[in-house]
Design a protein around this ligand. Structure first.
Ligand code: OSB
Ligand code: MG
Length: 381
């Protein structure tokens, strides 16, 4: 496939309710939608970098810069037949996994469409439904949290994930467990603790959590390995796993027993699949995390989560949990059994609604191959 045009759009989506973690609070979600055009087809990818460098160093601005000035120029006008080839071309550009993942996702969508199969099938997916969990942000008080959980369980979500931080942890979990003794429950700290909190973190073991996600620093593996040796509760790493090599090292030193895979965080679907395969070989369960995606990023994640070792409920919830109106049709809905159906149409298998995308757009840029400068042209005119 020859990459003829790459379009960048910065859009803003208003969340139905604010989302608060140990480190930041989001009310709107700015993101970049990458469209790659080839041979009459359009492939879509979403860049999950947010407004500020809270979850990782990438932001909408850094991603726009890197996509426009480095990633797009490295591939425009060239032919690629596989994601491996595309990844090799981007390799000299260090870091910026979310920017790379967005471009790669758009390419995967194109590849699948060109073969007239779904992205899930192209990736090697084996499931027709994926299990859906929900991530609940920090609430104003415990009664509101209990009410929110009640509501989400009634909707059918299979697993409840609570955001925790110092001061919103043990007491909260105790109240939740008192009210809901048997639900599948977990906690995500988004790196809010240090190894000095070990005595405090040991108390998490009394709540029968499925796992505790990213308790320590966003770049750390070593202290997590120490913490895991002291905890019964499995540690799941999110922020700390940025590459397949990170995953291998984390498993080698026992820094976690579960991995949350986000294609944006690990530089794309190819790396996501490699981490999935590595974990599968080693008997380590994985699940797909979320970054409050629009329907485009959600469709990418749903396809990924259809792979066989995604054996724990994912942070892939219904479109309506995030947006009043998504930019795709049909929206993702929660089935009665707490699952989301994997689309079977070509590529992402959802339709991007042009008017909605247009309405959400803040800026756009169409990039085409640089014109060849012909010999003798230099200095003329
Ligand atoms: O840490 O998993 C996280 C959202 C934004 C950034 C980081 C995280 C999250 C979530 C929500 O927990 C997942 C989702 O439903 O998209
Ligand atoms: Mg997380």
């Amino acid at each position: 496939m020859r990459l003829e045009t790459i379009e960048l759009r910065q859009i803003t989506m208003e969340l139905v309710e604010p989302f608060e973690t140990s480190g930041w609070r989001e009310t709107v979600r700015p993101c970049i939608i990458v469209t790659v055009y080839s041979d009459g087809l359009a492939g879509y990818g979403e860049c999950v970098a947010g407004a500020g460098p809270w979850y990782s160093y990438e932001t909408v601005e850094t991603a726009w810069h890197v996509l426009k000035d480095f990633l797009a120029p490295a591939v425009l006008g060239q032919d690629f037949t596989s994601a491996e080839e595309l990844q090799a071309k981007l390799k000299p550009i260090r870091g910026h996994p979310m920017a790379k993942a967005a471009l790669e996702a758009a390419f995967w969508d194109l590849l699948a469409q060109a073969q007239n199969i779904s992205l899930a099938r192209l990736l090697g997916g084996t499931k027709d439904r994926i299990e859906s969990g929900i991530s609940i942000g920090i609430q104003k008080d415990i009664p509101s949290l209990l009410e929110t959980i009640e509501h989400r369980l009634a909707q059918g979500y299979k697993r409840i994930k609570l955001k925790i931080k110092p001061g919103w942890d043990l007491e909260v979990l105790r109240a939740v467990r008192r009210r809901f003794p048997d639900i599948d429950l977990m906690a995500d700290a988004n790196a809010a603790y240090t190894i000095a909190d070990l005595p405090h973190l040991r108390q998490l073991d009394e709540f029968g959590l499925l796992m505790v996600e990213q308790p320590l620093d966003y770049d750390d593996l070593v202290d997590h390995s120490r913490l895991q040796r002291e905890l019964q509760t499995p540690i799941c790493l999110d922020e700390s796993i940025k590459t397949p090599d990170d995953a291998r090292k984390a498993l080698d030193i026992g820094a976690c027993r579960i991995i949350n895979i986000k294609p944006g965080r690990v530089g794309g679907l190819l790396n996501a699949k490699r981490i999935h395969d590595l974990c599968w070989e080693r008997g380590v369960p994985v699940w797909c995390g979320g970054m409050l995606e629009t329907g485009i990023g959600r469709a990418t994640n749903v396809a990924l989560a259809s792979l066989p070792n995604f054996v724990l409920p994912n942070d892939i919830s219904a479109s309506a949990r995030y947006w009043r109106e998504d930019i795709i049709e049909p929206p993702f809905v929660l089935e009665h059994d707490g699952t989301i159906t994997v689309p079977t149409g070509p590529g992402l298998g959802v339709r991007v609604v042009p008017e909605r995308l247009e309405r959400a757009t803040q800026r756009r840029l169409a990039l085409t191959p640089a014109p060849l400068s012909l010999p003798g042209e230099r200095g003329r005119g």
